[in-house]
Every structure is written in structure tokens, then in C-alpha cells.
Design a protein around this ligand. Structure first.
Ligand code: SF4
Length: 313
């Protein structure tokens, strides 16, 4: 039995190892009940307007709802965005305008401007769970996917099932072309021990590039205060690596704001966060952290690598 820091409650506590994945939900009740329809209308207005209920995606059209097919919208048939001077200026203006907007307003902007070619990638971290809860109210039809490297913790994958139960949203698992067994056989063993950049490229980045085909924009759940790399992230910007518009609704949020929102809205989260893992990635490249360590210190410990490459230019 070892001693680790609880991410949410920084006290030393023994590690509780359990073989059965479980979802921890904070006991606090939801403090605010807002009609999703009314709230979405208000947010749409604050986000700078957008399509009316009969011309675009609406907050009350869930993925499983029995609603008639709407005609293909302009954005559905339009050519993929190109980083022209005009388009980049549009993104910069939107980013500036949304700098003090709420995450819901930013998401609403993304839905109004880019749906149905707007998607979200999630590793089921606390920030991603916040965005999924918000999208479940604003635009539950938004396609959300997870990069399933084959090395994720069972606790992480169990969150996908909890999201389905809680919000009726099915997060799609996007997998590399090879299984873990095939990949390790090709390379004579685990690549993460010798060349984690290569492993992340093969099992994450190349998969996201495939997932980006046909999409115009994606949401990421990064916060600016997580690392130096992320400090420069705009709210809305051009992601040259994936040839997509990248939207970061939580760029201005702090860790505390994220966890307050999780408690307030009773959002499920990865139980590993209560066992000293503030940032959870693939199990071979994630360790628990001690009190006082950076929240991402447990990722690729022993290597100079600090990012998988999804959020670096
Ligand atoms: S985090 Fe580790 S195991 Fe996962 S893809 Fe990157 S190097 Fe491979």
C-alpha cells in the first residue's frame, strides 16, 4: 500500500486498489435547475446570434430523439474551410469576441457556425466531462469521439458507458489500424518504452487525422493554465496540424472552476482522480503524483515529453 495525493482533496491517503472499475460521483446535489431550451436560447443570443430553431441544430434535438430529417444545411454541403487570410481574420475576430464568454456560449458559437461538421475529442478527463455535460444540454447530436489507443485504463473506458447511461450520448471509439498485440509484434515490443513520440503518433495523432476527415471544427478541453504549451491557445483558432478549426471553450477556466462545475452538476468523473492521478492518459505512461507536483507530472514520467502532440503546433 503506498501513499498518494488525492487530486480533489489534497490529503495523504492510502491507495485503494480495486479490480472492479467504478464511477465516483460527488454527493452534492444539483444546485441550479434551468430549462435546457430556455437556457440554449439565451446562450445562442449571447454567442452572437445563430440559426433559428428551424434552420440549424437545436438544443432539444437529441441523438436518440424521434425527429424528422432536416434538409442539408449550407455548412453541410460547403467545401472544407481553408486558412485564407479572410477566414483566419474571421476566426481571430470570433476568438477575441468570445474571450470573456462562458464555455456554453463558446460551444453555442461552434455549433451555430460549424455543425454538423463540428466534433469533439475527449480522453474523458474532468474538463472533457464538463464539456460533454454542457453539450448534452446545448447540442447532444454533436459527434464525440475518443482515441482508443488500446492502452487506456478500464476506469477510463467505463466512463464511456456512464456517459451513455447519464446523457444518452454514445462516444465513438476511434482505433488505430493495428491492435496492441499486432503493433507490439511489428515493433518487437512496446514502443512506449523506447519511443513514446512514435507511439503517440501512431496510436493517437494519425487516428485523429482520420477522424478529422469531413469535419470543419473540433472542440478540445484544454485549459491555458495546464502548461506552457497550452498557455497560448486561442478560444477559436486554426489547427494546421489537423486542418481544422480548433475551439477551446475552457481555455480560461481554472482547475477549481472545473471541479466546482463537476460537483454542482453531479457529473461523473474518473475514480483515478481520487487516487492521485490528476491527469489520466494511457496506463503505461501515467503515474500518480505526490502533493506539490505539477498536475501533469505523472504523464510520460522519465521522458522529456509532456504532451502527446494533439495540442502542440
Ligand atoms: S500515451 Fe503512451 S501508450 Fe499512449 S499512445 Fe502515447 S506513448 Fe503510446
Amino acid at each position: 500500500m503506498g501513499l498518494v495525493a488525492s487530486f480533489r482533496n489534497p490529503v495523504i491517503r492510502p491507495i485503494e486498489m480495486t479490480s472492479t472499475p467504478r464511477i465516483m460521483t460527488p454527493p452534492l446535489p444539483v444546485l441550479q435547475v434551468v430549462s435546457p431550451t430556455e437556457d440554449a436560447a439565451r446562450i445562442r443570443q449571447a454567442a452572437g446570434g445563430g440559426p433559428t430553431a428551424d434552420t440549424g441544430p437545436t438544443a432539444d434535438t437529441g441523438r436518440n430523439a424521434d425527429t424528422p430529417q432536416t434538409p442539408r444545411s449550407d455548412s453541410e454541403t460547403a467545401a472544407p474551410p481553408q486558412p485564407t487570410e479572410t477566414f483566419l481574420a474571421e476566426l481571430a475576430e470570433a476568438s477575441q469576441r468570445l474571450e470573456s464568454a462562458t464555455p456554453q456560449e463558446i460551444l453555442q458559437f461552434a455549433v451555430d457556425r460549424f455543425a454538423p461538421k463540428f466534433t469533439m475529442a475527449t480522453a474523458f478527463g474532468p474538463e472533457g466531462m464538463v464539456l460533454i455535460q454542457m453539450l448534452s444540454e446545448l447540442a447532444p447530436q454533436t459527434p464525440i469521439f475518443n482515441l482508443e489507443t488500446g492502452y487506456q485504463f478500464p476506469e477510463t473506458l467505463e466512463l464511456r458507458e456512464e456517459i451513455k447511461r447519464r446523457y444518452g450520448i454514445e462516444v465513438e471509439l476511434k482505433r488505430p489500424a493495428t491492435t496492441v498485440e499486432e503493433y507490439e509484434a511489428i515493433h518487437g515490443g512496446p514502443v512506449y518504452t523506447t519511443d513514446p513520440n512514435r507511439c503517440c503518433h501512431d496510436r493517437k495523432l494519425s487516428v485523429l487525422k482520420q477522424a478529422a476527415i469531413g469535419m470543419d471544427a473540433w472542440a478540445s478541453a484544454i485549459r491555458r493554465d495546464q502548461s506552457d504549451d497550452r498557455r497560448r491557445a486561442p478560444i477559436v483558432g486554426w489547427d494546421a496540424k489537423f486542418h481544422l478549426v480548433k475551439i477551446s471553450p475552457l481555455a480560461n477556466w481554472t482547475k477549481k472552476e472545473v471541479w466546482n462545475w463537476i460537483s454542482r452538476h453531479d457529473i461523473p468523473y474518473n475514480p483515478l482522480h481520487d487516487r492521485g492521478y490528476p491527469s489520466v492518459g494511457c496506463w503505461p505512461c501515467t503515474r500518480s503524483v505526490q502533493i506539490g507536483e505539477d498536475e501533469r507530472a505523472g504523464r510520460w514520467s522519465g521522458f522529456t515529453k509532456t504532451e502527446c502532440g494533439l495540442h502542440t503546433s
